[in-house]
Ligand binder design. Structure first.
Ligand SMILES: O=C(O)[C@H](O)[C@@H](O)[C@H](O)[C@H](O)COP(=O)(O)O
Ligand code: SF4
Length: 606
């Protein structure tokens, strides 16, 4: 079934806009792919170094040009519960490669930050920049040029976007992403948020809070809310970088290991030495990117992907804009209710039918391009499956259920939770911004209230403790953009603003910073561009100005006489405290050259 004509039209305009970048990119990818087995250009010395630790049989194999060599890029560390399982993956992948008659080597590791550990801490100011650093680090590993295909081990927020930028930069090589899967369900996310609000109001102690947090985040695997990490898994599956059904199988299970081994074998099967050569740069095209945006809307995915997807697409010469994302939101229905857009977690989502049911319903509704290339072959129809462990210990794929196993979590295309998707673009005399409305009650989609201006999220928390946040207001938290302090997530504001909202105050947030994918119920106009430090109008807002945030009509306005507003001096902030400490001094070059949020806030692409 072809895609809805509105989706076809948006795709066509992306193709047209991308031509100046996409064709030169494809020329580079095809030129690199045409050089045959890449290690063939290495000298004997290069090659000897490259396979010095391999077994004699592997050396023999790699000395020739027939046996494929699989590069592993790993983001293992013990800080991210979602990445800790990767510790054992290289051994499993090497075993699978041997079984498939190939070789596998760890090409390199990349850094990975847990945004949960750094949330509200100075380290969060490195978080966004770590995405591009991860792409660079993966490039260092792959620059050994020993490989015919690559598996990327990554799950969380900036890691999958960074690895995708690398995979597309090395687009002449096939790329298969291998996830680790979600943590098993612990304390429900809404209960965790409730205890946090009690703690913030002084009605619960630190011991009770730590107990609740530890019951929520309790073991290996991805945190179970639908934030950026799980949005990443959805994207990798719907864009065809995952094997069908790989996204939401818990770590440490036989099916998880079977999926990992299968992915390694598939990566070796789609090299140029085989008959199904699938270089990443040709596999991913404008239709794959649009499918990713559709999946984001249909599931209420993370606002961070209004930054990351732009940078990921740009790595393949594809120019995606906020207007594309916003216009697709008007077409794509919301089919999933997963925290913060509901009470369920990703394990419930998977049990209700998961990615296979979601893709099936979106295809049925003409919301996806089916005729796309994937690591599994041709077409997304192959992803409308339910993964099981077969008798022989291999992956067995049943058809996806025809009806949702839990209509409160996963809706069919005929009866969506909302007729439109979750991410809207806002424009007006403050600039451009994005807002996630899938987690905000409809009666809060329009707010007109006086501004309360802050230059730091801690200032707002102090104002809360001092009882100064009374009445309806829009909190303007500025100088939080990429050039200011690295564009940290201001997720800690969710608790305080949530308390005030629950008390009946009409509140909203306006910031040139970011929020967590796990931030939800408070309306937040984020990623404001141009940012305050770049002379953005957000820097001319004053306490008491009336601001109107209208997610229904897509506008964000300060209701001040235009001449008076533009004549105001730009506010200044003391950012000296953000230049040193916790490694921030190492990222001064990134702050100096970071591009704007509506281009992905990247140091790699203008
Ligand atoms: O974009 C995201 O999804 C967030 O960065 C997420 O990865 C982060 O870990 C949250 O901060 C966790 O939520 P809490 O901080 O509420 O535990
Ligand atoms: S989802 Fe967030 S908190 Fe959980 S492991 Fe990943 S980065 Fe850390």
């Amino acid at each position: 079934m072809s895609a809805d004509k509105r989706i076809e039209a948006i795709t066509a305009r992306i193709v047209e806009r991308s031509k100046p970048h996409r064709q030169p990119y494809l020329d580079r990818v095809r030129a690199a792919a045409s050089k045959g087995v890449h290690r063939g250009v290495l000298s004997c010395g290069n090659l000897a170094h490259g396979f010095a630790v391999c077994s004699p049989a592997e050396k023999d194999a790699l000395a020739g040009d027939r046996v494929p060599n699989l590069g592993i890029i790993t983001s293992y560390n013990d800080m991210l519960s979602a990445h800790q399982p990767f510790e054992t993956y290289p051994a499993l992948i090497r075993e699978a490669a041997r079984e498939a008659g190939g070789v596998a080597q760890v090409a390199g590791g990349v850094p990975a930050m847990c945004d949960g550990v750094t949330q509200g801490q100075p380290g969060m100011e490195l978080s966004l920049f770590s995405r591009d650093l991860i792409a660079m680090a993966a490039g260092v590993g792959l620059s050994h040029n020993m490989f015919d295909s690559v598996v990327y081990l990554g799950v969380c927020d900036k890691i999958v976007p960074g690895l995708t930028i690398a995979a597309l930069t090395f687009g002449h090589l096939p790329a298969v992403f291998i996830p680790a899967g979600p943590m098993t369900s612990g304390l429900p996310n809404d209960e965790k948020a409730r205890v946090r609000q009690l703690y913030a109001e002084g009605k619960a102690g630190r011991a009770e809070l730590l107990e609740a947090e530890s019951k929520s985040y309790h073991g290996p695997g991805t945190c179970t809310f639908y934030g950026t990490a799980n949005s990443n898994q959805m994207l990798m599956e719907i864009m065809g970088f995952h094997m069908p059904g790989a996204s939401f199988i818990n770590p440490g299970t036989p099916l998880r290991d079977a999926l990992t081994k299968e992915a390694a074998k598939r990566a070796l099967a789609i090299t140029a030495q085989g008959n199904e050569f699938t270089p990443a740069g040709e596999m991913i095209d404008e239709r794959s990117i649009v499918n990713g945006v559709v999946g984001l809307h249909a599931t209420g995915g993370s606002t961070n992907h209004t930054l990351h997807l732009l940078a990921m697409a740009r790595a393949a010469g594809i120019v995606l804009t906020w207007k594309d994302i916003s216009d697709l939101s008007d077409v794509v229905p919301l089919l999933a209710r997963v925290y913060p857009n509901g009470l369920a977690d990703v394990n419930h989502f998977h049990a209700a039918g998961g990615m296979g049911f979601l893709i099936q319903e979106l295809l049925k509704g003409g919301m996806l391009h089916d005729d796309v290339r994937t690591v599994y072959g041709q077409g997304l129809q192959a992803y409308t499956i339910d993964p099981r462990l077969g008798e022989n210990g291999a992956v067995h794929r049943e058809p996806a259920p025809k009806v949702s196993h839990d209509p409160k979590v996963l809706a069919n295309i005929e009866t969506p939770f909302q007729p439109t998707g979750g991410l809207k673009m806002l424009t007006g005399n403050i600039g451009s911004a994005v807002i996630k409305i899938s987690a905000v009650k409809p009666e809060r989609h329009v707010i007109e209230a006086p501004a309360k201006v802050f230059h730091d999220q801690q200032e707002l928390n102090v104002a809360f403790k001092n009882g100064e946040l009374t009445g309806d207001f829009i909190a303007v938290v500025r100088f939080q953009g990429p050039k200011s302090n690295g564009m940290p997530e201001l997720h800690k504001l969710t608790t305080v603003l949530g308390i005030l909202q629950d008390r009946g105050q009409k509140v909203a947030l306006l910031t040139d910073g970011r929020m967590s994918g796990a931030s939800g119920k408070v309306p937040a106009a984020i990623h404001v561009t141009p940012e305050a430090v770049d002379n953005g109008p957000i820097g001319r807002i004053r306490n008491g100005d009336t601001i109107r945030l209208d997610a229904t009509h897509g506008t964000i306005e300060v209701l001040v006489d235009a001449a008076e507003f533009s004549a105001r001096p730009q506010a200044a902030a003391d950012l000296s405290g953000n230049e040193f400490g916790m490694g921030r001094e190492l990222f001064a070059p990134f702050r100096a050259i970071a591009g704007p949020a509506d281009h992905g806030a990247s140091v790699l692409f203008a």
